[in-house]
Ligand binder design. Structure first.
Ligand SMILES: [Fe+2]
Ligand SMILES: [Fe+2]
Length: 213
């Protein structure tokens, strides 16, 4: 995949086979001036959800979360993650940026761990292995990119650019969850499965993150 996207001659193939989550990071890694052009192609093939679509998905999933404590917690954490991205982007100076990135990474990791342990196995059984596979892959890529950010100079332009790319990718991941994967779970999962989600999601999240709201 990396070689395919790295070559200009591969663009026709890219247009036939839309890029996946990790590919966007591969573009981001490139420092050549053509990176923004490739980014534009990626965006044209797999455009990110608009602000309106994301707001609509949020409204829909919040309506579904009444009586579903596990889902309420997930959506609350999504909002928290979004706020922490905004905070990290607004921070200036290496110390402030490092501290903001720490807070973001802790929340993202706690949330991701709980989804991976409790939610995605049920997504795999009740809504499809493809969705679950994509979700795990997107989390893995986010963790890799966060680790890279932690090792970069927080006062550099590259740090800010990478943070921006991670934010876009996570935003799109959250949209997929709220627009499709989580509503599918509400619809397809048995009462016993939901009881398990309620009991176990909080437990897994708090194991890493401490007492949840
Ligand atoms: Fe997720
Ligand atoms: Fe999530």
């Amino acid at each position: 995949m990396q070689a395919r996207l790295a070559a200009w001659s591969a663009i026709p193939q890219l247009l036939r086979e839309p890029p996946r989550f990790g590919d966007i990071f591969i573009f981001a890694k490139q420092k050549e001036p053509n990176m923004s052009f490739l980014d534009k192609i990626a965006a044209a093939v797999a455009p990110a959800a608009s602000d309106e679509s994301r707001a609509e998905a949020r409204r829909k999933v919040e309506a579904l979360s009444h009586g579903e404590e596990w889902l309420r917690m997930i959506v609350e954490q999504h909002k928290q993650i979004e706020a922490l991205f905004r905070e990290a982007k607004a921070s200036s100076g290496p110390e402030q940026r490092r501290a903001a990135l720490d807070r973001l990474a802790i929340e993202l990791t706690g949330h991701a761990n709980a989804e991976e342990a409790v939610v995605y196995p049920i997504v795999s059984e009740d809504s499809g292995k493809t969705h679950a596979g994509m979700a795990y892959e997107e989390h893995a890529m986010t963790k890799v990119q966060l680790s890279k950010l932690e090792r970069m100079d927080p006062s550099s332009k590259e740090w800010a650019e990478k943070l921006e790319h991670v934010q876009s990718a996570v935003q799109q991941h959250i949209y997929q969850e709220e627009n499709s994967w989580l509503p599918d779970l509400v619809e397809n999962t048995s009462p016993a499965g939901k009881a398990l989600l309620n009991a176990r999601y909080r437990e897994e999240y708090e194991r890493y993150r401490g007492k949840a709201r």
